[in-house]
Design a protein around this ligand. Structure first.
Ligand code: NAD
Length: 437
């Protein structure tokens, strides 16, 4: 099977490399010439565990290649995936479909034989109809089917998620397309990857509904954490206690600073816009977004409260900046409103992140960047754990206490135990577990 993957970002590069690993011939296309140049030279433009090895081995085997030449890649492909970005449109929160439509127009002019065009990008319901219309308008003779195959991988665990998916959703009513896409994913049947065929619009909605539900679950436990703090309960035990109920499930019940990242914020905003356009109020999701926005900003106040209510002249050290561990992705990371809030309140901010500092410098140019957790904490008035990188889970607590000016730790990910921190003499504030001294 010959596959063209249009868009070689977090999703396109991982999907392309994994599909090549299944044995297909994949050409990854991007219009960012520097990215393609880097990939051809063996460099990986993003941080994703295991991706360098997977890309290198499949490139070496001749199954994975990189190009800016979209027409050449599409011309010889049986299947063309669209995996370009669909960020929030500035001003109104709708998904910005300009990259998808631009890709569709370019694809239209390059098609030769029967080709299945598969939208992997997260796109509003009805986008498949428009992609089909655009292609046939530009190339009325094209023999195509446009299908939807939303992607559910998580950054940081992307390869595993792609190779061992909970499900693969394929939206098309066309038998030829179902057969071809079934063939693309056939190697996964060994891993029992369940293929779910459905209509195109249903597939498009499944992706948004899934992300909105997960965002709701996180926001729910975050609000319960606030209540737990006030009533003297421990939110982690509450989460465990409710999560053991199979109807609820244990995952996505970690209280924290509010969700961020490249998907949840933009996808919850987009589903709200889709719903508004169809005159259907989605009040739960509206509340989720509002609660989450307020929460991210409130984290700076939490730090201020831990330091007695004022941050003027204080130095705050942040551990972790990316929206989650094992990625360098800074899109809508909770660290961004946190830093803004801390600076607004007069704090000096410095930070250390194992993989995200290069990207962070673009978002947060006026903070100091450090080489490791201890130099970051040196003479700081408070240490804030923002992202739960594994290397922050077993810090040398005695050394940390030694280098901090004040022994104040605000743990926004609950990775330490309050008793343990108290025993080391810290003033320790976490999420939904009260303060300990
Ligand atoms: P990204 O910004 O990392 O990558 C998109 C790539 O597409 C960029 O490299 C860009 O240069 C390229 N591109 C844009 N227009 C192009 C064109 N016309 N021709 C060729 N290349 C073009 O985005 P991403 O994080 O990989 O997300 C892609 C899509 O997948 C989005 O719709 C997103 O919502 C969805 N998604 C993302 C994740 C995730 O964890 N990042 C998970 C599931 C779904």
């Amino acid at each position: 099977m010959r596959i063209a993957m249009i868009g070689t970002g977090y999703v396109g590069l991982v999907s392309g490399a994994c599909l090549a690993d299944f044995g297909h011939h994949v050409t990854c296309v991007d219009n960012d010439a520097a990215k393609i140049e880097a990939l051809r030279g063996g460099a990986i433009p993003i941080f994703e565990p295991g991706l360098d090895v997977l890309v290198a081995s499949n490139a070496k085997a001749g199954r994975l290649s990189f190009t800016t030449d979209l027409p050449a890649a599409v011309g010889e492909a049986d299947a063309v995936f669209i995996a370009v970005g669909t960020p929030s449109r500035r001003g109104d929160g709708h998904a910005d479909l300009s990259y998808v439509y631009a890709a569709a127009r370019e694809i239209a002019g390059a098609l030769r034989d029967f080709t299945v065009v598969i939208t992997k990008s997260t796109v509003p319901v009805g986008t498949g109809d428009e992609v089909e219309r655009l292609i046939l308008e530009a190339n009325p003779a094209a023999d195509i089917v446009v299908a939807s195959n939303p992607e559910f991988l998580r950054e940081g665990a992307a390869i595993r998620d792609f190779k061992f998916p909970d499900r693969i959703v394929v939206g098309t009513d066309d038998e030829r397309a179902r057969k071809l896409i079934g063939e693309i994913y056939r190697p996964l049947s060994l891993n029992q990857g369940p293929l779910m065929f459905t209509g195109r619009r249903t597939a498009e909605l499944i992706k948004y509904a899934a992300n909105a539900f997960l965002a709701t679950k996180i926001t729910f436990i975050n609000e319960i954490a606030d209540l737990a703090e006030k009533v003297g309960a421990d939110v982690q035990e509450v989460a465990r206690g409710i999560g053991m109920d199979n109807r609820i499930g244990p995952k996505f019940l970690h209280a924290g600073p509010g969700f961020g990242g490249s998907c949840f914020p933009k996808d919850t905003r987009a589903i709200l816009k889709i719903a508004q356009d169809h005159d259907v109020p989605l009040r739960i999701i509206e509340a989720v977004l509002a609660v989450n926005d307020t929460r991210k900003r409130a984290m700076a106040r939490k730090v201020s409260n831990a330091l007695g209510g004022s941050l003027r002249g204080k130095t705050v050290a942040l551990l972790g900046l990316t929206f989650k561990p094992d990625t360098d992705d800074m899109r809508e990371a909770p660290s961004i409103p946190l830093v803004t809030g801390l600076k607004d309140m007069g704090a000096q901010v410095r930070a250390y992140d194992p993989a995200g500092m290069e990207q962070a410098r673009q978002e947060l140019p006026d903070i100091d960047y450090c080489d490791d957790p201890y130099s970051c904490a040196q003479d700081a008035d408070a240490l804030v754990i923002v992202t739960e990188w594994v290397q922050f889970r077993a810090l040398d607590l005695a050394k940390l206490k030694d280098v901090l000016r004040q022994p104040v730790v605000v743990d926004l990910r609950n990775i330490y135990r309050p008793e343990q921190m108290a025993a080391h003499g810290f003033i320790y504030e976490s999420i939904g577990r009260g303060t300990v001294h």
